[in-house]
Unconditional design. Structure first.
Length: 295
């Protein structure tokens, strides 16, 4: 990758600017290094490394807590190596207790995370829009967040505190937890799975911190336009798996066509060209390196 092509503001500055201008930072979810390259090429100035995307794409399993911290750190390192934009990383529950959270923060910072998200579900966790979730006691989660804050090597590494209490205990319990997370010192608050625009508005009115709105197509939360979410008071808007789901549909169609026809001719209009593929993975840059270091 040819570094230095764009000047990107630190994530902390991007979030602050989003809050002051009511123009939310839009985070696309990426599920591997190629999708991260494509997101940067599309002009996004920060990206979200989705935990569900890691489980789905690397292991071929649902988002039910089957990935490990080492798999996640390797995944983040591979992505960090090929993009210049800040990475917001889904750290799930921290993979255990407060001591595990410390270990997770250190590993993900070294791998290249600019922000790490932790949630208050029990371990193993489930997707925030699955049924049957359960959450840890509030004091336990507060301790895990304090561990995360104490463990980061750089104050520029943001800690995002997510609560799933809306689904398990109702909206007021979610607000109580969110405000406790603010008191602990979390940089950004993420209340998962609001069920209406009114609820999104209510959460923003009751929690004085930068907030994440998670847009999950087919999930519990209505899909709301970026500008409207900014007016409601959200600083970050997340589309964690829109790209992965689009890729899944495209790949399924390609395999069906290939199986049916035995030839790829009818797929050509929907494929990246040969050159587009090479450009997407930075081959011209590596060609330059090869020429530079040739004996």
């Amino acid at each position: 990758m040819d570094h230095g092509q764009r000047v990107i503001a630190p994530l902390k500055d991007q979030v602050a600017a989003a809050g002051s201008t009511r123009k939310p930072l839009l985070l696309p979810g990426v599920y591997d290094a190629l999708s991260a390259r494509l997101a940067q090429a599309a002009g996004f100035e920060a990206i979200y490394v989705t935990g569900a995307g890691l489980a789905n794409s690397r292991l071929g399993v649902p988002d039910i807590g089957l990935t490990s911290v080492d798999q996640l750190a390797d995944h983040v390192a591979a992505i960090s190596d090929v993009v210049d934009v800040p990475l917001v990383v889904d750290g799930d529950t921290g993979f255990g207790n407060a001591i595990n959270v410390r270990h997770t923060v250190r590993k993900l910072e070294r791998a290249g995370a600019s922000a790490i998200q932790f949630e208050d579900q029990i371990f193993p966790k489930k997707c925030g829009h699955f049924a049957g979730k359960a959450i840890v006691p509030l004091d336990e989660m507060a301790g895990k967040l304090q561990s995360a804050l104490d463990s980061r090597r750089s104050d520029d590494t943001l800690i995002i505190a997510r609560t799933d209490a809306r689904a398990t205990d109702g909206p007021e319990a979610a607000i109580e937890r969110a405000n406790r997370f603010v008191e602990v010192g979390a940089d950004i608050i993420f209340i998962e799975a609001p069920t209406s625009v009114d609820e999104l508005r209510h959460f923003a009115e009751q929690v004085d911190a930068p907030l994440v709105a998670n847009m999950v197509e087919g999930g519990s939360t209505p899909i709301v336009a970026l500008d409207e979410l900014g007016e409601l008071g959200y600083s970050v808007v997340l589309y964690a798996n829109a790209a992965l789901r689009s890729a899944q549909r495209a790949v399924t169609r390609a395999y069906a066509e290939l199986k049916s026809e035995g030839i790829s001719t009818n797929l050509l209009d929907d494929m990246a060209t040969w050159q587009e593929r090479q450009d997407a993975v930075g081959k011209p840059f590596f060609d330059e390196l090869e020429a530079r270091y040739a004996s």
